[in-house]
Write a protein that binds this ligand. Sequence first.
Ligand code: SF4
Ligand code: ZN
Length: 343
Amino acid sequence: MPVQCSNCVQRRAVLKRPKTGHSLCKDCFFWAFEEEIHQTIMSAGLLNRGETVAIGASGGKDSTVLAHVMKVLNERYDYGLNLLLLSVDEGITGYRDDSLETVKRNQQQYELPLKIVSYEELYGWTMDAIVKQVGLKNNCTFCGVFRRQALDRGAMMLKVDKICTGHNADDVAETVLMNVLRGDIARLRRCTAISTASDGEGAIPRCKPLKYAYEKEIVLYAYFKKLDYFSTECIYSPNAYRGHARAFLKDLESIRPSSIIDVIHSGETLSIKEGVKMPVQGTCSRCGYISSQALCKSCVLLEGLNRGLPKLGIGKHHRLHGKILAQEPLTEQEEKKLKPVDF
Ligand code: SF4
Ligand code: ZN
């Protein structure tokens, strides 16, 4: 016998909500999903009337759903936001070029302005070229650091007030687990924050309206709404460490769906023991971007690439930064350590 929607008790249920286990019809699911995001935005005071908000758009399911829902809510609740799409082109042939085509279609479908910033124009390097030099082991470190800064730089060019990213509940829970496993207390404290409004000066505040949205529900929403998104994985392999955290979380979720929210909740309510040293935010002496060191990570990584010493920004080589930047010669031994590994 067909199951009835437990909400409207009129239509036939087409899905069981992964988050709550409720059997719902399509329309009641759309409403519940959108309403929860609205509640997240309202209760955390993420956005204010009149603001220009850039939606970080990759063409993937999360940012496509985010762009769609933000547009729906902006109209339904008259948020008074000026929305636009901001994409980063990492320069990955066969992956980002295709996903950017999806973003361009989204731009038409949602009638939102689109700005694309590329690694090539900002750093003089594409990911294709970086992988050629560094191989496939640390490529995601370069990509992640550059992306973060590229989004900020694009947002500054557009003079936006805020950036919204499509990070979902699974992403946040994974990051909590990864930071626990690495013992990275500073990041552990930061990663559950729904917005970074108070994070240093100069950086544009970021927020995560999908912070409590389950990945499974995002997929269902995109599927039933027939949204146009790009689902291929990056050709330069996903970050292996995150992959393990993800697999572990998926196992937990299959036993107890609330594990995702529970891990986030644990991260949110952790307090840091007095006396634990935290990095002090300053600015990069070279590019002016926020940094807890004299040079930001992005400038160190770039310096390493330009000098053919890509390992400079990977691992603990802080001791050498001063020497390198003062243009002092390195010993043969030191150079050897920073050269690309054979692969
Ligand atoms: Fe960049 Fe790594 Fe993500 Fe590919 S998998 S887009 S290289 S961070
Ligand atoms: Zn810098």
